[in-house]
Design a protein around this ligand. Sequence first.
Ligand code: AMP
Ligand code: GLY
Length: 416
Amino acid sequence: MKKVLVIGSGGREHAIVYQLSRSSQVEHIYCAPGNAGIAQLAECVAIGDTEVEKLLSFAREQKIDLCVVGPEAALAAGVADAFRAAGIPVFGHTKAATQIESSKEFAKELMVRYNVPTAAYRTFADYEEAIQYVRSRNTYPTVLKYDGLAAGKGVVIAENEQEAQHALNDMLVGEAFGKGKVVIEDYLQGPEFSFMAFVDHHRVYPMPLSQDHKRAYDSDMGPNTGGMGAYTPLPFISEQEEQWALENILQRVADAMVQEGKPLTGVLYGGLMKTDNGIKVIEFNARFGDPETEVVLPLLETDAYTVFHAIATGEILDNIAWHKQATIGVVMASCGYPGAYTKGAVINGVEDFDGLVLHMGTAVKDGQLVTNGGRVLMCIAHGDNIQQAQQHVYAEIKKIHCSNLFYRRDIAHWAL
Ligand code: AMP
Ligand code: GLY
């Protein structure tokens, strides 16, 4: 029987822990640092997700058989490199391979070199040169992206020169996200979707397609958030298109990363857009998407330990099997999110929800479950089709009561 350490503390990690807890091979799960929902399935350990040395010595002491890394910050801090060097199987990319997410410039250069379809772009380190370029192009909207990790806040879609000037000034002069370059790229249009795969060097095992909902309010209004809900499958992408994207985007990038001496050994997340000129890459992530993982991973039929361990150690898997049910996840967020919000509101009725409730930001205070973050819970239900899953999730979510939570009432509207 195996002991697993999961690193991270959100809904994504709760989904990972949930699937590992169902594996007949797994005896004990530790999660660093975890959350109140994860604590029902795993032993939470108070170590931060980038405290590499502490994580490693804990894993050594407990004789961990496998480590699964959730957040990009942990990967970019070199957690997987340290575990690999210590001979502990780890699911997650090296720091070098994580550049596919942590450096937009690296990802863009790789795509151009290996002919992966993406928006045309140029990179700038100097504010004057960048603004000159924007002026000479004089085409709006124009997309400005900070080169490094920016917790999802590094992209600005400028509608005019003034907005571009403001954003470039913030990023290159004010160094709002630290010292770094800016990628300026063409604005693309079309529905966005997420295509994730387990990748071990050249081997790519696709996951079901899913779609995130970034805006805070119904009808895709309001500010951008970390994601207010997700669903799978997607009716607007055909099997042929999916196969095309698998071969020409995910497989090509996996092969390219081997060629570059930075093989992938974890999740490759393609943030893709279906444009009138074909499917193109908006971004890559080097980890499970959040909140997409919360609807995709519960559909994993193959034993989760088998999958993570095989990717970590280079064993070949024949196939990864998935349940075919339609699945919807609705995020319950603190009132005010993504702006300022308060914590500590009592949540009742979670155990009455018929389906799966994954915790994104909760805590236990005086024996009661309370809100402890912007996004708090993700409520997940299945159905034979999207409509059924949607009816089910919205009927059940009414059973959860909290004075300080709100949610979108139209998750999966793109599919109906
Ligand atoms: P990213 O962090 O690169 O995913 O960008 C955040 C969001 O900005 C994406 O989900 C898109 O909605 C939007 N975006 C990024 N790049 C482009 C682009 N080239 N054209 C249009 N929208 C974009
Ligand atoms: N859902 C988008 C992301 O995980 O980056």
